[in-house]
Design a protein around this ligand. Sequence first.
Ligand code: 13P
Ligand code: SF4
Length: 353
Amino acid sequence: MGQTANQSLDISVPKVRREKIPEAEASDLKAEIKELLRRRKALLVAHYYTDEEIQILAEDTGGVVSDSLEMARFGHRSEAKILVVAGVRFMGETAKILNPEKTVLMPEIEANCSLDLGCPPDKFQALCNEHSDRTVVVYANTSVAVKAKADWMVTSGSAVDVISYLRDKGEKILWAPDKYLGDYVQKKTGADMLMWNGSCVVHEEFKARELQNMRRLKPHAAVIAHPESPAGVLCQADYVGSTTGLIDFVKRTEAEEIIVATDKGIFRKMELVGAGKKIIAAPTAGKSATCRSCAECPWMAMNSLIGLRNILRNLEPQITVSKDLAESALLPISRLLDFAESRRQVVFGNNDA
Ligand code: 13P
Ligand code: SF4
């Protein structure tokens, strides 16, 4: 692990709670949501980790199910005046920053992310002040206030390319907030990176030793992992990449069984593209496991049909970002989008292990 710059913060993690709605009621809710989306000319933009029924609603109504960056780009490209972002807080904020003129809503405004919560803007500012000689690169999973202090924003699929580019220019990096993703990128690029000590509570729970045992029992299975997972898991993976990258791997691999270290919400898409390939959850259990999430992001799970229906009925509360912060945060986001465009290649989701 590279050098980390601070103590990790203790994050309070909500329990994964999912609403249990009788089938007839759920079916009425879905019909009302479809009607409201149509009447309001709103677009539903959902992350792969959300519940299956929300993903299906997005697909059936002209919206999209994708990774965090494509969610932002899709909302930006669309003509819709109202975007409903089913995901977590930073995704809604990024949509608002890129589309200040649009109304941005979320089914659950309290849905956050341990990486965002673990990187308070004031503490982060103090670190930036101490290391003003370093280029500040932050992961997309951060608050708008943290992005506003950064030179670059990156996503899981673009981090290696951006850091290689900065390394070639001789720049030293201040990286935040995910220490595991940072460590992975540092090993890939050899860049000089000082790391914030943050982590994703979901991916942190994948267990290296239990994964080794599982691989012994399934010697022909491929292993794939999101780079927010610990190094002991990543070093066993045949492929490491963004959520979109992981789905693409499932599509193209010849392996019949694939062990997957990321949130289980993505299994729906993997099973759809996998044409019968078996998708197996990587182990989160074991002697040292606390199993706070068991491969289910508790904040993503807050997105519910009732929340979705209510937000479309009331159009409140909206995601708001102050003009000053939005202008500052737009800079690192635009740098990434321009970088990707200038390379004229798909830099997202391309991190072969
Ligand atoms: P992606 O950008 O790969 O969709 O990841 C977002 C995320 O929160 C992973 O935990
Ligand atoms: Fe954040 Fe982890 Fe949830 Fe992704 S899975 S939104 S990184 S807590």
